[in-house]
Ligand binder design. Structure first.
Ligand SMILES: NC(=O)c1ccc[n+]([C@@H]2O[C@H](COP(=O)([O-])OP(=O)(O)OC[C@H]3O[C@@H](n4cnc5c(N)ncnc54)[C@H](O)[C@@H]3O)[C@@H](O)[C@H]2O)c1
Length: 310
């Protein structure tokens, strides 16, 4: 079945260029009315103009779609509230939020400043929370919402010089996990996209031959699926150069140590077994797979556990 967004309203942050622009154009091409957000600064987050966002909105309108632009800084609650108010004023609904805006302030941890660290966290992590909160009440009332976070391998796997960025991007996984639980009964689904694409953010980082294969347009189908009506929730999809995969957090089976054996030396002695990935567990439940140890602890202590299904 063709995935369409007719009648839906989508906000895409950071949509003047790169991945956000590609997502916005594709959403509009499939029927969505799009708020093209971008503060229009450089890759480090300085400067600013609403013109680049307006250019993409104009591109959508020229192609026969519906779009407005807004130059809000995603980390500024007042500006974001204004953007949401304008979207609601115009179209009376907001169905989709793609949290895509982002900047870089790369530096080794030794050389980076805390001011830059805070700025990066502010744009990626706090910015996504500001935008999500601004649409949350509306989505709850409507009983429908799709929110997408944009994470990164730099946080999930680590990358030299990107402490701030990596921390912010992995923080978004935590935000997704919790919002997904809190939104479930209101029809709100929250997912994350882990893209790799040739944009100004990655310019010069990889050979041109590789970048030529890593088009934003090859990432966008994953984004669109994750904000579609039949989207899953709490799913992290990686998308790079036409490859799509799921990233999950797993926990090893581990060991249960009886009370008398809980020493650092026992951890050292059993470290290989504790960290053995064979048969690793994945759980969508709050608390994760580790909660099953409570049963063993309860049996050892001779107590009855109430309210634990694990
Ligand atoms: N390109 C990649 O390989 C890659 C990999 C992992 C994650 N990402 C993430 O994908 C997203 C898009 O990045 P991109 O590669 O397209 O880079 P990009 O620089 O082309 O796009 C980011 C856009 O966000 C806008 N923006 C920045 N700060 C903003 C703010 N405070 N408010 C509003 N808009 C703001 C910028 O003006 C820019 O247009 C980012 O969150 C980035 O961290 C990209």
């Amino acid at each position: 079945m063709t995935i369409r967004f007719d009648g839906r309203v989508a906000i895409v942050t950071g949509a003047a260029a790169g991945l956000g622009r590609s997502h916005a154009l594709a959403l509009a091409a499939r029927g969505a009315r799009v708020v093209v957000n971008d503060f229009g600064g450089d890759v480090h987050g300085t400067g600013g103009s609403s013109e680049p966002a307006e250019r993409v909105a104009e591109e959508i309108r020229r192609a026969g779609g519906e779009a407005i632009s807004h130059g809000a800084d995603v980390a500024n609650p007042g500006q974001v509230a204004d953007m949401v108010a304008r979207a609601l004023e115009r179209w009376k609904r907001i169905d989709v939020l793609v949290n895509n805006a982002g900047i870089l302030r790369d530096a080794s941890f030794a050389k980076g400043t805390l001011a830059d660290f805070r700025t990066v966290i502010d744009v990626h992590l706090v910015g996504a929370a500001v935008c999500s909160q601004a649409v949350w009440g509306h989505m709850r009332n409507a009983g429908y919402g799709r929110i997408l976070m944009t994470t990164s391998t730099s946080g999930i796997y680590g990358n030299f010089g990107q402490a701030s960025y990596g921390a912010a991007k992995t923080g978004l996984i935590g935000l997704m996990n919790v919002l997904q639980i809190e939104g479930a009964k209101y029809g709100i689904r929250v997912n994350a996209l882990c893209p790799s694409a040739a944009t100004r953010m990655t310019a010069g980082l990889l050979p041109e031959s590789a970048l030529a294969l890593m088009t934003p347009e090859s990432v966008t189908p994953a984004a669109l699926f994750l904000v579609s009506e039949d989207a899953p929730s709490r799913t992290i999809l990686s998308a790079v150069a036409g490859g799509y995969s799921r990233i999950v957090i797993e926990e090893t089976r581990g060991v249960y140590l009886p009370h008398a054996e809980r020493t650092p030396e026992a951890i050292a002695a059993r470290f290989d077994e504790i960290t053995d990935l064979a048969g690793a567990l994945h759980s969508e439940e709050p608390g994760g797979p580790g909660l099953r140890f409570l049963k063993l602890a309860a049996a050892e202590a001779g107590v009855t556990l109430a309210g634990f299904a694990t």
